[in-house]
Design a protein around this ligand. Structure first.
Ligand SMILES: Nc1nc2cc(Br)ccc2s1
Length: 234
């Protein structure tokens, strides 16, 4: 299966980065195809206007619905298709999680709608919900200047889970937040040299005693999780 990823943005250049590194490899080996689109290509005025003042007043500007609607018609189509997943990164979205990444990794078509300014006219999201499967996703409780960086993060989390993408799929199963894994943070990692700037690798890790090593790692994960993410231990 090839996953098609579309990105709608007034800064499509953000997505040039998808041609390099592991994601570039996924593109080369036909696992994913990536299309970035400039929302301004669907404007008709001399200034290629995509924003306007908010109805009801308030600070900043809101993205006009017309360019989005015409871009949807051109990129996705005018017939409803629930197999198309449309993602709006937004601070007011539901938290994006590894299980959501897992689910999205099986989808054949994903369209990212990257808002700027104060956000997108809400009728765009309401329209999209009548046509496709829509996800309003948040990456965390902080505000970016637009959805592009969030779209890149979601892309990386999803694409790396596509079967055949990672050389060693077993490593995925052991990662934190993977299905079936206890919700624990990763234990500290070490490699050679054994002694570095007066700091040594914990002796247990050099003991060759796999039972003790597993026990040490679990304890470290429990301590770290309790200290940094008590919410995961609920
Ligand atoms: N955390 C996030 N901040 C933002 C800001 C804008 Br503007 C659009 C999308 C997102 S996702």
């Amino acid at each position: 299966m090839t996953m098609r990823l579309d990105y709608l943005s007034i800064f499509p250049g953000y997505f040039d980065v998808l041609d390099i590194s592991l994601l570039g490899k996924a593109v080369d080996n036909g696992l994913v195809e990536v299309h970035a689109h400039d929302l301004r290509d669907w404007t008709h005025d001399r200034h290629r206007t995509v924003d306007d003042t908010p109805c009801g007043g308030g600070a900043g500007m809101v993205m006009k619905p017309d360019p989005w609607g015409e871009a949807f018609d051109g990129i996705i189509g005018i017939e409803p298709d629930p197999s198309v997943h449309v993602i709006f990164p937004t601070p007011s979205g539901i938290p994006f999680t590894q299980s959501a990444a897992q689910e999205l990794s099986t989808v054949e078509r994903v369209v990212f709608c990257c808002g700027r300014y104060e956000g997108i006219d809400h009728r765009v999201i309401d329209y999209a919900r009548t046509m496709w499967t829509v996800h309003e996703l948040s990456l965390g409780d902080y505000v970016l200047n637009g959805g592009e960086v969030a779209a890149l993060a979601i892309t990386e989390a999803v694409v790396r889970l596509i079967p055949g993408f990672m050389g060693n799929p077993e490593s995925l199963a052991e990662e934190s937040f993977s299905p079936g894994q206890e919700r624990l943070l990763e234990y500290p990692l070490f490699t050679r040299p054994v002694s570095w700037r007066g700091m040594d690798v914990p002796e247990v890790l050099m003991s060759g005693h796999h039972g003790r090593i597993a026990e040490w790692r679990r304890e470290e994960s429990l301590l770290l999780t309790r200290d940094r993410r008590p919410d995961l231990t609920d």
